[in-house]
Design a protein around this ligand. Structure first.
Ligand SMILES: Cc1cc2nc3c(=O)[nH]c(=O)nc-3n(C[C@H](O)[C@H](O)[C@H](O)COP(=O)(O)OP(=O)(O)OC[C@H]3O[C@@H](n4cnc5c(N)ncnc54)[C@H](O)[C@@H]3O)c2cc1C
Length: 614
């Protein structure tokens, strides 16, 4: 089986829930329409299904190689890359000034769900290129922008993000790569590890975004600067010059993403690596931070996208695999065995996959939508409001989604039974490929620290207050809604619990008990994630309920439960809306109670993990 996506849910999210066409009311998108958005998603889906999905397993099996200091992507990526870039897929939401198509970020992120879900290792090459080109577009001099951006967005040249070193992983400020000023450029020297797409044979050049320390810079992150370092030097007219003393000294052999080269790069081993400062000296982390929201959202989408396909593949398998009689026929020796999808425990696992992946799509696409409003809303106050919400939600988008995505893939393996463990079926590759998403772009532990240490404290706690106001508006609007009022009632209790724990963290922040918040940062992020996803799923369920009632009315069966059930079985929309309500109901009844449990464990104030002698 290959890439699968719930196209109906994608349509629902964009058209019925987010109402993306509203973005066309903003001057930035006045020339676009819902039909144009739909066309992009439809075409992206074709690329995902016809070009990327077929190379996913092969890339995983063949992997990458290195020979004489040159790394190679799986050969099957070559043609796919050509098709991908020729059709402009790096530039969906890129500024038309640099050859992009200028679509909303939300539409770009939806395309990324499709590309990441169908072949994550492949899609990392263009996505990292997009990330570094965007960094240059925003912060580099006009001269460098002119030299790099268009060719990178067109996919002619690739890009990377070079932060990590052997002794500077989570602690980026510990990096030791140096930059020595020499006229209008710098000489770069140091070794970067774990660089995705650090070297490969898909493009003629690679422009590395490298963090390094200028001589005499302050210690730690305050002394970090950002440089553009080409693999092959670029002449002022844009043509390629000499190699730039950037040597790929090795590639990693990893658990997953086998088609993505993960490189050790030696910069300036022969003293001849030239880099160009981006922006000002010692501002590198500030620039990276400004790009971080989008990079972290991307990684959240990456993990989620694979888990959504893992779940759908498992669901289809469960419809085919015959094993055991139905539980109600246990004592009947003549009963026929049934497809495993009829067994309650299998349904439980699939329901987790369905509700969780719909919830993650809701969270990630809503955040992408809010990023569009941050960039393009005409009212400064609204831009500020959405910026605050995005800042608060980003660590949850990244860490909650990637942790849950791995669990969804694990459940998918379980649905397959022993076959799930074998490479004949896709679930095990999804699980292996998803795992990295909880590690890079700041481990999920670091995301949780960002949430409790930075985001909750930002603007004197205003981000959280603004989030609570949003939730209060939601509970006010839906508290009496016939279809979801029971869910809203349970939600209010969980929301209040989250608020109480958050206030508790705030009160203890300066005292000796502050360590408890640090110790519980990850469970706190998880409970926060459950609340966020419940909210969005209930909102979707309300829309689905209204739509379902309309269908019943149209079919004249508003009182007839039997006909309603038949519709749910056979009518595509009725089935979808009913399923949406079940997703929210399941989530509120099965995931949301974890909020209370996590709160109890935090309030217990247990410090065993700090006291124990390991
Ligand atoms: C396949 C792959 C691709 C990658 N691609 C890139 C890339 O393109 N560019 C790039 O620059 N890097 C890349 N990385 C590096 C990645 O971002 C780092 O691995 C990650 O930041 C973690 O650093 P580390 O591995 O050194 O772990 P460490 O920093 O040693 O962390 C180990 C553990 O300790 C925890 N920890 C560390 N400090 C704290 C703390 N203060 N409080 C609580 N817990 C803490 C971490 O959460 C983690 O669980 C990649 C890594 C891999 C494996």
């Amino acid at each position: 089986m290959s890439y699968m996506i719930d196209e109906r849910d994608v349509k629902f999210v964009h058209l019925e829930w987010l109402k993306v066409e509203e973005l066309c009311k903003l001057p930035a998108f006045a020339e676009y329409s819902a039909d144009m958005f739909d066309m992009v998603i439809t075409e992206a889906l074709k690329i995902a299904k016809n070009v990327l999905s077929p190379i996913n397993a092969e890339g995983d099996q063949v992997g990458c190689r290195i020979e004489d200091g040159q790394a190679y992507a799986p050969p099957c990526y070559k043609d796919a890359y050509k098709t991908f870039v020729e059709n402009g897929w790096i530039g969906v939401s890129v500024n038309p000034e640099y050859g992009g198509q200028g679509f909303p970020y939300t539409i770009g992120m939806q395309a990324i769900e499709l590309f990441s879900g169908s072949c994550t290792s492949f899609s990392m090459y263009p996505e990292l290129t997009h990330g570094s080109a965007h960094l240059f577009e925003v912060f580099a001099s006009d001269e460098l922008k002119k030299l790099y951006c268009e060719k990178m967005y067109a996919g002619q040249w690739a890009g990377t993000m070079c932060l990590t070193e052997a002794n500077a992983g989570s602690d980026v400020g510990a990096l030791t790569t140096t930059a020595k000023k020499e006229g209008d450029h710098y000489r770069i020297s140091g070794v970067k590890t774990f660089i995705s797409g650090g070297d490969h044979d898909l493009t003629e050049n690679i422009i590395h975004a490298v963090l390094a320390r200028v001589e005499g810079a302050p210690k730690g992150i305050r002394g970090v600067s950002l440089f553009a370092v080409p693999k092959i030097r670029v002449n002022p007219d844009g043509s390629l010059g000499e190699p730039n003393d950037v040597i790929c000294s090795g590639i990693e052999h990893k658990m997953g993403i086998h088609g993505s080269t993960t490189c050790t790069l030696n910069f300036g081993e022969n003293g001849d690596c030239i880099g160009h400062l981006i922006g000002e000296e010692n501002q590198g982390i500030k620039y990276m931070f400004q790009m971080m929201n989008e990079a972290r959202l991307y990684v959240g989408i990456q993990g989620f996208a694979m888990s959504a396909s893992a779940y759908l593949n498992a669901r289809e398998y469960a419809k085919e695999r015959i094993q055991f009689v139905h539980v109600k026929d246990m004592k009947n020796p003549d009963a026929d065995p049934v497809p495993i999808i009829q067994h309650p425990d299998v349904r439980r696992m699939l329901m987790f996959g369905k509700a969780m992946t719909e919830g993650m799509r809701a969270l990630l696409m809503k955040t992408a939508y809010m990023i569009d409003l941050v960039h393009y809303h005409e009212d400064e106050n609204e831009r500020q409001k959405y910026q605050g919400l995005v800042d608060l939600l980003i660590p949850i988008c990244k860490a909650y989604s990637t942790d849950q995505a791995f669990r969804v893939a694990e459940a998918a393996i379980q649905v397959y039974g022993g076959y799930g463990y074998c490479s004949e079926y896709p679930a095990e590759q999804y699980a292996r490929d998803i795992k990295i998403t909880s590690l890079y772009e700041g481990t999920n532990g670091i995301q949780a620290l960002d949430l409790i240490g930075r985001k909750l404290a930002m603007k004197g706690g205003m981000l959280f207050m603004s989030y609570m106001m949003w939730l209060n508006e939601f509970t006010g609007a839906y508290g009496e809604h016939e279809g979801v009022k029971d869910l809203v009632e349970k939600f209010i209790a969980a929301k209040d619990t989250l608020a109480a724990i958050t206030m508790g963290f705030g009160e203890k922040a300066k005292g000796p008990e502050a360590i408890l918040a640090v110790l519980n940062a990850c469970p706190y992020l998880e409970m926060f994630g459950h609340v966020v996803v419940s909210h969005l799923l209930i909102e979707q369920a309300a829309i689905a309920y209204d739509a379902l009632i309309k269908i019943y009315e149209q079919k004249g069966c508003i009182e007839d439960k039997k006909v309603q059930r038949a519709l749910i079985e056979d009518h595509d929309d009725a089935k979808f809306y009913y399923g949406k309500i079940q997703s929210a109901t399941w989530f509120v009844n099965n995931m949301l109670p974890h909020v209370k449990a996590i709160a109890e464990s935090i309030e217990a104030g247990d410090t065993s993990a700090l006291k124990v002698v390991f």
